[in-house]
Design a protein around this ligand. Sequence first.
Ligand code: ATP
Length: 289
Amino acid sequence: MENVIEFNHVHKSFRNFQLTDLSLTVKKGFISGFIGGNGAGKSTIIKLMMNLLQPDSGSISMFGLNYSEHEKEIKQRIGFVYDENVFYEQLTLAEMKRMIKPAYRNWDDDVFQHYVQTFELPLHQKFKTLSKGMSMKASLAIALSHHAELIIMDEPTSGLDPMIRRELLDILRQLIQNGEVTIIFSTHITTDLDHIADYITFIHQGEHMFTKTLYQIEEDYAIVKGGLELLDRETEQEFVAIRKSKHGFEALTANKSRVEQIFGDMVLLERASLEDIMFYTKKGGEQYA
Ligand SMILES: Nc1ncnc2c1ncn2[C@@H]1O[C@H](COP(=O)(O)OP(=O)(O)OP(=O)(O)O)[C@@H](O)[C@H]1O
């Protein structure tokens, strides 16, 4: 399977934060969701993908090309949708389009018109008067109008109501149908990913915890419930983190089949949601740090 993006041992340090030894790939033709808590490093990774930041060490390859030699070529092939409104507030969508169009050799007015109609976008209304949903759709219409092969979106669903969010997710699904377009988006709203993501990349405190399909996650992870008598120093090692109460324990395992082997039917196994995985990973980090 072709990789559209490859990070190899990427390091990036700020004063109070490090991305450490980040190696990850993004597969062509799929939707990849980036999840992680506040400050985990998702936006930093997206900025590295866009060459808005450069790594301190390690390498980044986009479509098999590097930014130092092929920046223009790479940028032509990406549609970028950013959380904060990057558009000048005083401009209308029509004015914005006139400004952006010359930058892209594959700009397609018919495609732009198609999305203006589909999203019911007002062409002559100033951006500052658009709702959050409308302005997200306007950003998306522009990102989609130059036949981008890769759509990168930082928190596209934040602040959108459930109906508009669902609508946006449906649009993304349709976009990848031909297998040529790849989509990456970061989100806090993990339930968005249940609907559409093919791959989940989990970032925790600047580290790449995993990239897996939803199916693999369900195979590997589980919430385990049982009596306190089952826990000792050795069995506790099997869990990412454990919550104990006087009634028993609840824990997250990243190795469901091993837990099944060890505990058999003495424990109850339940599906772990992405939110469970994020929550327990954070708790585990606190407990064992
Ligand atoms: N230019 C910068 N200079 C210094 N620190 C920075 C810079 N950009 C980001 N950081 C820090 O890096 C960390 C990761 O930030 P980042 O925005 O990548 O996280 P995130 O996962 O996108 O978080 P959120 O979900 O809250 O948006 C934060 O602690 C942030 O303060």
